[in-house]
Design a protein around this ligand. Structure first.
Ligand SMILES: [Fe+2]
Length: 135
C-alpha cells in the first residue's frame, strides 16, 4: 500500500487540478519509499529537488487559475503556498549542509501539509472555479 493514496476525499472536483495533485502524491510516495529504505543522499537530493520543483510548478499553475478568475481568497491562499515552499527549501538547505537527515518525520510533515492544504484550503475554491467554467 502506498504511503498516501489519492482518493475522492482529496478531490477538488476540477479534473485538471486533481491530476496535478495525483502527480504530487506520486512524487511524495516515491520520496517516502526512498527515505524509508535508506537510499543514498545523492538519490534523496534529486528526489526532494524534484518534489519541490513540481510543487512549485503546480502552485504556479493553481495560482494562475485563481488569479485570472478573480478568486477572492487568492492572497491568503498564495501565502500558504509560499510558506510551504519556504519550509521545504529550509529542509533542503539543512539536508544539503549535513545538518539534518531526511527522516519519516520530514515526509510526514509534507504529507500532512499537502493533504491538509488540499482538503482545507484548495477545496474552498471548488464552487467558485466551477462556476467560472474551470475544468
Ligand atoms: Fe493550493
Amino acid at each position: 500500500m502506498a504511503y498516501i493514496n489519492w482518493s475522492d476525499s482529496l478531490s477538488v472536483k476540477i479534473g485538471s487540478i486533481d491530476n496535478q495533485h495525483k502527480k504530487l502524491i506520486d512524487l511524495l510516495n516515491n520520496f517516502y519509499e526512498n527515505v524509508n529504505q535508506g537510499s543514498s543522499n545523492e538519490k534523496l537530493t534529486g528526489l526532494i529537488q524534484g518534489l519541490k520543483n513540481y510543487t512549485n510548478e503546480h502552485f504556479t499553475s493553481e495560482e494562475r487559475v485563481m488569479k485570472v478568475n478573480g478568486y477572492p481568497e487568492f492572497d491568503a491562499h498564495k501565502k500558504q503556498h509560499d510558506e510551504f515552499i519556504a519550509k521545504v527549501s529550509e529542509i533542503q538547505t539543512k539536508f544539503l549542509s549535513g545538518k539534518m537527515v531526511l527522516s519519516i518525520e520530514v515526509t510526514n510533515f509534507i504529507k500532512t501539509w499537502i493533504s491538509g492544504h488540499i482538503q482545507g484550503t484548495d477545496k474552498r475554491y471548488t464552487n467558485f472555479l466551477l462556476e467560472k467554467g474551470v475544468k
